[in-house]
Design a protein around this ligand. Structure first.
Ligand SMILES: [Zn+2]
Length: 289
């Protein structure tokens, strides 16, 4: 039985701890026992099969000044590699996204981005699938709705977050545009265990190219965080364009990042299985400029 709305609202109101310590990807089916919203409606990820087509204005991206003098802070959280992207020495978000599409009309600020991946080449690594096809990895750009001021408050509201998912596939073809990893692949040893942090100074303008491509053609639907407590507060935008990422990056992510301090377990397969669509609308957006 699907959880009734009134109960969901109570859970949402009281969900303050955003990243609980006590969950594992090996028993994702049991998350709902400790985190009831994970067993509720509107869960993510899903296999995207659009049942609505719409012509819509491309979301506008407003980047911070001084991206050529940028900084990436990468952290191993034990569940993912999380990145903060910002102009150097300024605690200013990299980008704001202005969406003109219903129901996620609004202005959103980038809070962080992170990756999900699989254990080996050609094993599913993305969380979403497009028509049942998974890719090697998926990047999530997590934005909060400016209406709520910050991420922590936003996760308590149904229209609180917008997450832009970018499906990634491994490639060695350096002639084409690649997902900007900015040399991170050679420094992953320094964040091999949870809690470690890595700072890279770099020109972040390549994220401008990446994000513009990602929002030019996309799917949208209403869903949830894909980790406990699984708040159903996410307007998902998943790019219809799969972006190549270097195989060197994927190989090092799969073999150098551990989920625990004692290096017992490599962090691989940090992806939640697809969830039932349960009558939700999945829209394919065709840009009209
Ligand atoms: Zn994610």
């Amino acid at each position: 039985m699907v959880m009734p709305w009134w109960l969901l609202l109570i859970f949402l109101k009281h969900s303050s701890k955003v990243t609980p310590d006590s969950f594992s990807y090996s028993n994702a089916d049991e998350w709902k026992d400790a985190f009831p919203m994970c067993g509720g409606p509107m869960q993510s990820p899903i296999s995207l099969k659009p049942n609505r087509l719409t012509l819509s204005r491309t979301p506008k991206l407003k980047f911070a000044d001084g991206l050529e003098d940028g900084e990436i802070e990468a952290v191993n959280t034990g569940r993912e590699i999380k990145l903060k992207l910002r102009p150097r020495n300024r605690d200013e978000p990299l980008v704001q996204l202005i969406s003109f599409s219903k129901p996620m009309v609004g202005v959103y600020t980038l809070a962080q981005m992170h990756f999900h991946w699989g254990p080996e080449p050609r094993s599913p690594g993305s969380e979403h699938a497009i028509s049942d096809k998974f890719t090697d990895a998926e990047a999530h750009f997590v934005f909060f709705n400016n209406r709520y001021g910050n991420f922590k408050e936003a996760v308590r509201h149904f229209d609180g977050l917008l997450v832009l998912g970018v499906m990634l596939h491994g490639s060695d073809d350096e002639q084409q545009f690649m997902f900007p990893t900015l040399g991170m692949e050679t420094q992953l040893d320094s964040i091999s265990v949870p809690g470690r942090r890595l700072i890279i100074n770099s020109d972040l303008n390549s994220f401008r190219t990446l994000l513009r491509r990602a929002v030019s053609k996309f799917f949208s639907y209403h869903g949830s965080l894909t980790t406990p407590p699984c708040n159903p507060v996410v307007s998902w935008m998943v790019s219809a364009k799969t972006i190549p990422v270097s195989n060197a990056f994927l190989n090092n992510v799969r073999t150098k990042i551990y989920e625990d301090e004692s290096k017992k377990g490599l962090l691989v397969k940090n992806r939640r299985p697809v969830q039932p669509q349960l009558g939700r609308v999945v829209t394919q957006h065709i840009s009209i400029g």
